[in-house]
Ligand binder design. Structure first.
Ligand code: Z5A
Length: 218
């Protein structure tokens, strides 16, 4: 099921560590609130009370999590997130901006952990009931540059992975974006914050036009 079947619009933000997704979506949300645009900002994992508990398990350093367990926990979080937050908001006609979604599982568990891609795609289908974003923005940044932005010592279980893992994730994202250019837009997230902000809103306005007043954002 694509978001086009709902009155609302589903947009996802993806990218390697430290790319600035969270910062940008917060800035955008402030502008949308000022304009009175009904929207929801949410994240995968952790967009529901159940998901917050799953997120803690997934990201706490020092816990042994086998790759398949990791994949299934992200999918369990996602099934709850779609049912409890995303679908209801889309049914109400809202703009839903989700920080990570199905493509994170392909990039991290597929390209990063080498789990079979077909299996991940099948599980993505199952956990979302086939729900797909109309637009996915890749906040692209070299792995070294993204990781260097994160708080030293405060790294979670996945951020602590080897540089090679993060490089595979980034390569995966770039390949995914190339495979489906209709859905993806790539943004150079290494640029200064205000430049990224301008490009982010331009992508939204170009792709979604006046829907949700996205062309009114400065
Ligand atoms: N994961 C997975 O493996 N499988 C899945 O299916 C899903 C997720 C859904 C979620 O953690 C983790 O789960 C994630 C993928 C994995 N990996 N890790 N770790 P998260 O939600 O906590 O992490 P994240 O989404 O990766 O957030 P992040 O790494 O913190 O990145 P971000 O949100 O893109 O960046 P930020 O917090 O907005 O900015 C980071 C810092 O950079 C911050 O200090 C900003 O002030 C600064 N910043 C932002 N923009 C700029 C610019 N333009 N210039 C300079 N500095 C900047």
């Amino acid at each position: 099921m694509s978001t086009q079947e709902y009155p609302g619009t589903f947009v996802t933000l993806e990218g390697p560590e430290g790319a600035g997704k969270t910062t940008q979506v917060k800035l955008l949300s402030k502008q949308l609130t000022k304009l009175g645009v009904p929207h929801v900002v949410t994240r995968d994992p952790g967009g529901t009370p159940l998901g917050k508990q799953v997120r803690r398990i997934l990201l706490t350093p020092g816990i042994n999590v086998a790759p398949m367990t990791e994949l299934l926990l992200y999918q369990a979080d996602r099934a709850q997130h779609v049912a409890e937050v995303i679908k209801p908001a889309l049914e109400e006609g809202k703009l839903v901006l989700c920080d990570r979604f199905i493509d994170s599982s392909i990039a991290y568990q597929g390209y990063g952990r080498n789990i079979d891609m077909k299996l991940i795609k099948d599980l993505n289908e199952l956990s979302t009931g086939g729900l797909r974003p109309v637009l996915t923005i890749l906040f692209d940044i070299q792995s070294e540059d993204g990781l260097s932005r994160l708080h030293p010592g405060g790294h979670d279980r996945i951020e602590r992975e080897a540089l090679d893992f993060h490089k595979r994730v980034r390569k995966g994202y770039l390949e995914l974006a190339q495979l489906e250019p209709e859905r993806w837009r790539i943004l150079d997230a290494a640029k200064p914050l205000t430049t990224v902000q301008g490009e982010f809103t331009k992508i939204l306005a170009d792709k979604l036009g006046s829907k949700h007043m996205l062309n009114a954002i400065e």
